[in-house]
Design a protein around this ligand. Structure first.
Ligand SMILES: [Zn+2]
Length: 224
């Protein structure tokens, strides 16, 4: 989870307008305009797990609306999530950190330890003890490890995707250290892309750099 700027764009203006119309006729918040604006804003990533290889997008209410019309059609309460995360969160973890308002990476350290599948461990270290942060950590843990047999299977696939993405990232970092001249510049560009908001699992990649600040000083400057 990373901070996502809820910017006013052409797409978001259209989404807000469509929500106003739907609210007046008690229609659906799931409009094409809302979907397009959320996809743009969240860089096509689930805001909870940061996976980009999603086959099922859903619109998630940060605060469950429970029939409350204002919460149901409030643009600021709508987030893009994958089905796995949306069905994990439900209304069980309230309140959680609002990633459009707070810099999640200063509240939680995203770490992955272990080199082999058997000793792999994902850590969500709290840097702040507020209830929102505690709930977000609980949610992240359940998302990445699952609670029911089906969710455990989904979580295994999610962790595998994360592992592959981080392995590739680490490999590029290693190559960058060994490279010279033009090759080094090319790899630097590649690593910059990996550290951007739009990159999958950016929080994990950035924390890897933060935790090795001295060794990766040149890359540290690219952290948002
Ligand atoms: Zn997700």
């Amino acid at each position: 989870m990373i901070k996502v700027e809820r910017k006013r764009t052409e797409k978001s203006e259209k989404a807000i307008a469509s929500l106003k119309i739907e609210k007046s006729k008690k229609g659906s918040y799931n409009t094409p305009e809302v979907n397009a604006a959320l996809k743009e804003m969240f860089h096509g990533k689930c805001y909870i797990c940061e996976n980009k290889q999603i086959t099922s997008y859903q619109i998630e209410h940060l605060v469950s609306h429970r029939g409350n019309m204002d919460l149901k059609y409030d643009w600021n309460n709508l987030f893009l999530a994958c089905a796995h995360c949306n069905n994990t969160k439900l209304d069980k973890f309230e309140p959680i950190v609002d990633c459009t308002k707070e810099n999640v990476e200063t509240l939680i350290a995203f770490r992955r330890t272990g080199y082999f599948g058997t000793d792999e461990k994902l850590l969500f270290d709290m840097l702040d003890c507020r209830i929102e942060v505690q709930n977000t950590v609980k949610l992240l843990h359940e998302v990445y490890y699952g609670s029911t047999p089906q969710k455990k299977m989904e979580a295994t696939i999610l962790r595998r995707t994360l592992r592959k993405e981080l392995s590739e990232f680490k490999e590029y970092v290693r190559e960058y250290h060994e490279a010279e001249d033009e090759e080094k510049e090319d790899l630097k560009y590649l690593l910059q892309q990996h550290l951007k908001d739009s990159s999958p699992f950016a929080a994990f990649k950035r924390w890897l750099i933060r935790d090795n600040k001295e060794a990766f000083a040149e890359l540290y400057v690219y952290l948002a």
